[in-house]
Design a binder for this molecule. Structure first.
Ligand SMILES: *Cc1c(COP(=O)(O)O)cnc(C)c1O
Length: 406
């Protein structure tokens, strides 16, 4: 069992009052909170060894370079990549997806097909639409059912030798569905298509093994797993990273430059133009250590308990509709719901006055909301540092809002 009170003491932000009430932070799907060790690592970087990396011969630059590259190796081990140069530092999930989409612009031909899932975040839809516009490739969508599950029988029929790429999130941010990514990857490979998995919503809950998954690309953001904003990773299989052209031109990504011809640096630097988020990358490594210190088995157990308890308590409410699968073992600790006849935004506004942070709206997944024909949902997303007592406060607050609004 986790000692939740001890863990909560690691997060300075959690002990504050918001609008005069103790903060109940249930917006972890949008961004997680930051433990003191991660905050300290940022302060330490700027206090002791802030310097540009890979360039200087001076001591501070070498210390910073070592710390940054050690963070890369830490991430390699965390995701179980074969080589550390298969881990590319990005500014986050969105940039990782754009990097791959941009690379495929030179590979795809007219009438090639790419497949996305109906459960995608906008950041995993728009870059592909832009890519299709640019190349003449065709975008196809794996449909979902009312329980928020992707229809695998339809997916299998959509695949053909024309399929070049498949994109799917590991866990849906809007509904919490854990998608059958192993199956999706295996079937895509049977027709020779590459697969990118958007792990932004999975990394706070589980430890992905990219070699076991056998995905071609995996993207994630640090800020959803106790790290800072503005940094993330793209994992890519070596053969793919060698095939794709660089995404951004600039310093750091070159081997030689003349006005006639530039040759690119080797992996991973080929994809890392310009001064990166050095301190962010280092702090990302600290966040990964912190989460592994708690342990992903313990995290999953605590979150599953919160999910079951939260679902049970919310079901006490009249006129509540919870979206997504009813099989809670196929779901991350996210509850997306509405109270019939009340706009989600109104509930969000009232419970904010009571110190509770949830997300209301379409969660950057407009197509899912269109599917259910709703403007949005209220999404409570739990982290391992949340408690059942907070769920009680939250449920009472929603009840109060419901009374005021109906
Ligand atoms: C948050 C999220 C993203 C975008 O991540 P950024 O850090 O904003 O780039 C993409 N996909 C999913 C599933 C997400 O939850």
């Amino acid at each position: 069992m986790l000692d939740i009170q001890k863990i909560r003491a690691d997060f300075p932000i959690l002990s504050q009052h918001v609008n005069g009430k103790p903060l109940v932070y249930f917006d972890n799907g949008a961004t997680s909170q930051t433990p003191k060790v991660v905050i300290d690592s940022i302060v330490d970087y700027y206090s002791r060894y802030n310097a540009n990396i890979h360039r200087g011969v001076h001591t501070l630059s070498q210390i910073a370079t070592d710390a940054y590259e050690q963070a890369r190796t830490k991430l390699q081990h965390h995701f179980n990549a074969k080589h550390n140069y298969e881990i590319i530092f990005t500014s986050g999930t969105t940039e990782g997806i754009n990097l791959v989409a941009n690379g495929f612009a030179s590979i795809l031909k007219k009438d090639d097909e790419i497949i996305v899932s109906a459960l995608e975040h906008h950041s995993n839809i728009v870059p592909w639409q832009m890519l299709c516009e640019h190349t003449g490739a065709i975008l196809k969508v794996i449909p979902m059912n009312y329980d928020g599950e992707l229809l695998m029988d339809v997916y299998v029929k959509m695949l053909s030798p024309k399929t070049k790429l498949v994109f799917c999130n590991h866990i849906s941010n809007a509904l919490g569905t854990i998608n059958p990514v192993e199956f999706i990857i295996e079937k895509a490979h049977e027709v020779g298509a590459a697969v990118l998995i958007d792990g932004a919503q999975a990394v706070p809950h589980l430890k992905p093994d990219v070699q076991k998954l056998n995905c071609d690309f995996y993207v994630a953001s640090a800020h959803k797993m106790c790290g800072p904003t503005g940094v993330g990773i793209l994992y890519g299989k070596e053969e793919w990273l060698r095939k794709l052209p660089p995404y951004k031109g600039g310093g750091e990504m070159i081997a030689t430059v003349t006005f006639e011809k530039t040759t690119y640096a080797d992996l991973p630097h080929k994809f890392e133009a310009g001064t990166p988020n050095i301190c962010g990358g280092i702090a990302f490594g600290v966040a990964v250590d912190y989460m592994n210190g708690i342990g992903f088995d313990a995290i999953a157990k605590q979150e599953q308990e919160l999910l079951e308890y939260g679902t049970k308590r919310l079901q006490e409410l009249e006129n509540i509709e919870i979206y997504g699968t009813k099989d809670l073992s196929k779901k991350a600790s996210v509850i997306s719901f509405n109270i019939k006849g009340i706009h989600p935004y109104d509930i969000g506004t009232i419970i904010d006055k009571l110190g509770i942070a949830v997300r209301t709206g379409h969660h950057c997944a407009q197509p899912i909301m269109d599917f259910y024909q709703i403007p949005g949902t209220i999404r409570a997303s739990f982290a391992f540092y949340n408690t059942k007592e907070e769920i009680d406060i939250f449920v009472e607050a929603v009840k109060k809002a419901q009374m005021m609004l109906s």
